[in-house]
Design a protein around this ligand. Structure first.
Ligand code: 5GP
Ligand code: 5GP
Length: 230
């Protein structure tokens, strides 16, 4: 009798442990998204230069780099599901919008599929419980409509004309236009000048609205940064 009870208890423990593992592997426990837009002029005027996509030179506008699930302390999960590879057929209705808004500038020239696959597989798979492949790309495209960074900057007299602007005026203009404080990432052009490269905004865990970022990475920008043409 007593040994039957022990076996039952053991079986319950095994089932509980199994359930715990299943729950952990499905709940990636991310808390918010980071949405990153890149200025093509600053990707292309560096020492390593760039290659236009096979669909042609993108418009002179900020392009999407990624939508990354993050933990509250700024750490992040990556490559969460090797069984969920990027499938172009799942986003075929979005291809032309992706080509316009999520253009690849890496060399050699590509049609975007490599860039989108990388972003989906490294980052998108870590929020697949919230956004399936199509929704992930659709959401990133929708967010761009709601964060018109170039308009926010030009409305404040900050234009991609090669002039230098203060980092604080750039952040202020984006806060004014979009409603939330961005993190600005700089890189250097081929002459070593610090320039506006990427804009980071944070999005809530359900990917429905911008939020203030819980943490910011360490800033690498000079206090005055260039905004090069594209
Ligand atoms: P880097 O070292 O150039 O800042 O970042 C290299 C790559 O690491 C990024 O393209 C991205 O895939 C990943 N990464 C860097 N910072 C973050 C972050 O704050 N959140 C997430 N989810 N990924 C990041
Ligand atoms: P992440 O930095 O997001 O982890 O990685 C970006 C990857 O996508 C790199 O392997 C990079 O070569 C590739 N890639 C392709 N096109 C682009 C682009 O236009 N911008 C950036 N930042 N990376 C690109």
């Amino acid at each position: 009798m007593e040994s039957n009870g022990s076996i039952l208890m053991l079986m319950k423990l095994v089932v509980l442990q199994y359930l715990a593992v299943v729950c952990v592997s499905q709940d990636f426990d991310f808390f918010y998204f980071v949405y990153i837009l890149q200025w093509p002029g600053s990707y292309c005027d560096t020492k390593s230069s760039c290659c236009y996509p096979t669909s042609g030179k993108p418009a002179a506008d900020f392009g999407i780099h990624g939508l990354w699930p993050n933990n509250n302390d700024g750490s992040y999960p990556s490559n969460c599901d090797s069984n969920n590879a990027f499938q172009p057929s799942l986003v075929s209705d979005l291809t032309s919008s992706l080509q316009r808004n999520w253009a690849t500038l890496a060399c050699p020239s590509g049609n975007g599929i490599q860039f989108w696959s990388h972003e989906w597989e490294k980052h998108g798979t870590c929020s697949e419980s919230t956004l399936k492949q199509h929704d992930y790309f659709q959401t990133a495209l929708n967010l761009k409509q709601r964060a018109n960074i170039l308009r926010a900057l030009t409305n404040a007299g900050i234009a991609p004309n090669g002039n230098a602007y203060s980092l604080s005026s750039i952040k202020g203009a984006i806060k004014q236009g979009v409603g939330y404080t961005p993190y600005i990432e700089c890189n250097v052009d081929s002459s070593g000048n610090s320039q506006l490269y990427q804009v980071y905004l944070c999005v809530d865990a359900s990917a429905s609205r911008f939020i203030e970022c819980p943490v910011f990475p360490n800033a690498k920008c000079a206090s005055q940064i260039q905004f090069p043409p594209f």
